[in-house]
Design a protein around this ligand. Structure first.
Ligand SMILES: [Fe+2]
Ligand SMILES: [Fe+2]
Length: 195
């Protein structure tokens, strides 16, 4: 299966998810390397929070929906639960001062939680799903994942629903507000490719 541009083959879901996980860690490393430059750190943190919010919503609507269908509701709920913990921490983080000791500690905790969760996805959940549904379906899910990320809210909404249909509706309601909040914000560039 090919993307709209014929020379660009579509990437499967597992590749796309891993690229996002790498980008989170690249941004966190860049944040740490920018100590003392509050403007740079703010732009990097804005980008990191946006990427995590969109990645999480994209996974819930496509990846976890497939896990629920092909594996179990219990596993899908376990994965959604990990996102919920991260969303709540990010929500708190957004009310703290970038570069403060409290902010940096909380950000470290977010990254620890996120990396534990990402390893579970990469080493267990994605390989199992791939074995169940095959390459072609992983590519289709990858396309759906990218589409869902683009429609997703750009800030964490811990109280928003995290199931496919309802999340799409909640996302449609919160996305315009998030885009307004984003106007005065600066975002660092993403260096790890998205697809
Ligand atoms: Fe996840
Ligand atoms: Fe993930």
């Amino acid at each position: 299966m090919q993307a709209l541009h014929p020379s660009t083959p579509s990437r499967p879901l597992d590749d796309l998810v891993k690229l996002d996980h790498r980008s989170f860690n690249e941004l966190h490393a860049r944040y740490k390397a920018s100590v003392g430059d509050q403007r740079a750190q703010t732009a990097i943190a804005n980008e990191l929070i946006r990427e995590i919010a969109q990645h999480s919503a994209g996974e819930e609507m496509t990846f976890y929906a497939a896990v629920q269908e092909h594996e179990s509701t219990q596993l899908a709920d376990h994965l959604r639960g990990a996102h919920q913990g991260v969303k709540e921490m990010l929500y708190t983080l957004e009310s703290r001062q970038v570069g403060s000791a409290e902010y940096d500690l909380l950000l470290d905790q977010v990254m620890t939680e996120l990396n534990t969760h990402a390893l579970e996805e990469e080493n267990q959940v994605l390989p199992t799903l791939r074995a169940q549904i095959g390459e072609d379906n992983m590519i289709k899910l990858g396309q759906q994942f990218l589409g869902a990320k683009r429609m997703a809210p750009t800030h964490p909404h811990p109280s928003a629903p995290d199931k496919p249909v309802t999340e799409a509706i909640a996302g449609a309601m919160t996305t315009p507000l998030d885009k307004l909040r984003d106007i005065p914000r600066e975002f660092a560039e993403r260096r790890v490719p998205e697809e």
